[in-house]
Write a protein of this length. Structure first.
Length: 204
């Protein structure tokens, strides 16, 4: 069973169905429900009326934050080449447990590039789970910490480098000497949420 998924920001208030306007403040609540997390985005009025009382002790929800809604970009801007984020989305959609380590490494890479932000860290069924937000779209990514050992890390980083280079379904190529890993995945992995330096590490 995997705990990871993507939950997009709603375009309208979950409570009153009023569409969000560009730059409107919204409130995101995460509920821990079977079988996964449920996200709810509500407008400021509904927040004040229905939920703010529970915010002090997170009554009924496990995480909460406030954001500013941005109207979706025109479709042309959405077309991207295979970036680390696009790859992470594909891995999450596949929901294949064997990709959990690669997904975790990708999320850490994206956090380092400030393309994802850790909103919450919780323990669920004995596993650490990170709630990441993509700040531009407001999408929320639930990423399970695979608790990688140091001796597993190198192999996972090679897997991620290969996925970034060839995509998920590479043509059946002979297994020859692997290319050198890109510098961006060669750096050691730090704890999510603890990156403090302004830049990525220099490749050595
Ligand atoms: Zn509302």
């Amino acid at each position: 069973m995997t705990d990871w998924n993507i939950q997009s920001r709603a375009r309208a208030c979950t409570a009153c169905s009023k569409p969000f306007a560009d730059r409107e403040t919204y409130h995101t609540l995460l509920f821990d429900e079977t079988p996964g997390f449920r996200r709810s985005d509500v407008c400021d009025a509904c927040w004040q009326k229905q939920y703010s009382e529970g915010a002090r002790d997170r009554k009924g929800f496990i995480s909460y934050w406030q954001g500013v809604y941005a109207a979706p970009p025109p479709p042309a801007d959405a077309i991207k080449r295979e970036t680390a984020e696009a790859l992470l989305r594909k891995l999450i959609e596949l929901n294949d447990p064997s990709y959990i380590p690669a997904g975790y490494i990708l999320a850490v890479m994206l956090e380092r590039k400030r393309l994802l932000k850790v909103k919450e860290q919780i323990v669920r069924a004995g596993q650490r789970v990170f709630i990441y937000e993509q700040p531009a779209t407001g999408d929320v990514f639930t990423i399970t910490d695979p608790a990688l050992q140091l001796n597993q890390l190198e192999q996972v980083q090679r897997d991620v480098a290969a996925l970034l280079e060839h995509g998920l379904n590479p043509p059946t190529a002979p297994e020859t000497a692997p290319a050198a890993a890109p510098a961006e995945v060669a750096a050691p992995i730090a704890e999510p949420g603890t990156q403090s330096g302004p830049e990525e590490q220099e490749p050595s």
